[in-house]
Design a protein around this ligand. Structure first.
Ligand SMILES: Nc1ncnc2c1ncn2[C@@H]1O[C@H](COP(=O)(O)OP(=O)(O)O)[C@@H](O)[C@H]1O
Ligand SMILES: Nc1ccn([C@@H]2O[C@H](COP(=O)(O)OP(=O)(O)O)[C@@H](O)[C@H]2O)c(=O)n1
Length: 207
């Protein structure tokens, strides 16, 4: 079974995708980490994220980078949404994600374009959302728990900027797949979100 989980920054899609993977005994891929790794490589090599050729050169990162806690920073998230707008960057990461989705037994992937581009044939698709203010509060707490000193206002502004870039780009924009189930986590606890997500997947696969 392939499960696609998409949604904007800090909507809870990663938390839900990990829980679904545990529940169904499936491997999970956080595809945002791939774009974050490209962004961090651009940063390290002092390349220009706005230039497609520079961003493509950074796609050749070492997989050990995917475990770097620095990938979770707000600055890397921002830069990830710049490099991810380049069609050749998306093309360069496409096969890896497609292969992961189609491994024997299936997989859970979360990102922005899983249900629309990477695995439009997924058995179940969820689109996770929450208000920008609630997402900013969650991300702010998360960043502070990891030692960052960024303000709530800056996190909210960055989330809004990233939403606009991710939704406004021409290549694989963040958009709800028409055959996906919408899950608004704004006023749900993590446990409630996960229970709701499992129920939505069950309903999809039974249909
Ligand atoms: N329903 C929820 N209620 C409260 N906090 C949540 C909820 N879902 C996720 N979180 C927390 O919000 C933060 C962002 O969640 P995450 O799943 O990483 O979002 P995304 O993958 O969409 O960026 C994490 O610290 C997570 O524990
Ligand atoms: N499938 C994906 C996943 C992430 N991305 C890009 O990578 C950035 C970081 O993604 P992420 O999922 O790690 O971000 P969060 O939602 O965790 O904040 C996003 O803002 C997108 O620009 C993408 O374009 N396509």
């Amino acid at each position: 079974m392939i499960i696609a989980v998409d949604g904007p920054a800090a909507s809870g899609k990663g938390t839900i995708a990990r829980a679904l993977a545990r529940h169904y005994g499936l491997p999970h891929l956080d595809t945002g980490l791939l774009y974050r790794a490209v962004a961090m490589t651009v940063q390290r090599l002092e390349l220009d994220a706005t230039k497609e050729a520079d961003a493509v050169a950074a796609c050749d990162f070492d997989d050990s980078l995917l475990a770097d806690p620095g990938l979770r920073s707000d600055a890397v998230g921002q830069l990830a949404s710049v490099v991810s707008a380049h069609p050749l960057v998306r093309a360069s990461l496409f096969q890896r994600q497609k292969r992961f989705a189609h491994q024997p037994g299936g997989a859970v992937l979360d990102g922005r374009d899983i249900g629309t581009v990477i695995a439009p044939e997924a058995d179940a698709k969820l689109f996770v959302k929450a208000t920008p203010q609630i997402r900013a509060r969650r991300r702010h707490s998360e960043l502070h728990a990891h030692g960052a000193t960024i303000s709530y206002d800056k996190v909210l502004a960055d989330i809004r900027a990233r939403d606009a870039r991710d939704s406004g780009r021409a290549a694989a924009p963040l958009v709800q797949a028409p055959d996906s189930a919408l899950l608004d986590t704004s006023f749900l606890t993590i446990d409630e979100s996960v229970r709701r997500a499992i129920a939505l997947v069950e309903a999809r696969v039974a249909a």
